[in-house]
Design a protein. Structure first.
Length: 196
């Protein structure tokens, strides 16, 4: 199998990011800063040959990919499996609202990283990691292209990167991870964040 290069990147900023609201599967659009962050990625991708582009079906990922790669939305393959972790009843809430509604113990289970905890009607971290990991692998293995751009979401990208041996506490908006894929194995080779 030919070696492949994958450019994994997080969407740009939204108002809910700034407000500290859990977004999950909610379709929250980019704000002005998020658009500018995505446009700033054009310099990074300018001298890279990207053969195929995939993104979560949520608009913040779709629009980030379009701005970053200078393409129209119809050139991006929309993939539901690349969505952020589903946070169920916690979506749209801030930390303070979650603590008020569910109590400190529920927030603590989320923060300490209990992999089998989920908010009501949401996914566990185990479920989200399996979904996104399987999705990325399927996307990469299904294409003959050797250079692939994938725009997704911070929490699930962190789960995926952890699973392939790259631990990171936080992923900035529009941060890019260069991933090598060879002999069914992923490895991280570099990371990039736009200056904006």
């Amino acid at each position: 199998m030919n070696k492949k290069k994958i450019y994994l990147f997080r969407h740009g900023s939204t108002d809910w990011n700034l407000e500290g609201r859990f977004q999950g599967h909610r379709n929250v659009p980019l704000n002005a800063d998020g658009i500018a962050q995505a446009q700033a990625l054009q310099n990074y991708f300018l001298h890279k040959t990207i053969s195929s582009i995939y993104a979560s079906d949520l608009s913040r990922a779709q629009d980030t990919a379009a701005h970053a790669l200078g393409v129209s939305l119809d050139q991006i393959r929309s993939v539901v499996g690349l969505r952020e972790i589903h946070l169920g009843a916690a979506e749209g809430l801030t930390k303070e609202q979650i603590v008020e509604k569910y109590g400190d113990s529920v927030w603590h289970r989320w923060v300490i990283g209990d992999p089998h905890f989920s908010f009501e009607n949401g996914e566990t971290k185990v479920q989200a990691a399996q979904r996104v990991g399987n999705c990325i692998r399927k996307v990469v293995e299904a294409t003959n292209h050797e250079s692939i751009a994938i725009c997704s979401h911070g929490f699930v990208l962190r789960l995926f990167l952890t699973d392939i041996g790259y631990k990171i506490e936080r992923i900035a908006n529009c941060q890019v991870f260069e991933i090598n894929y060879s002999q069914k194995t992923f490895s991280t080779s570099a990371t990039y964040s736009p200056s904006r």
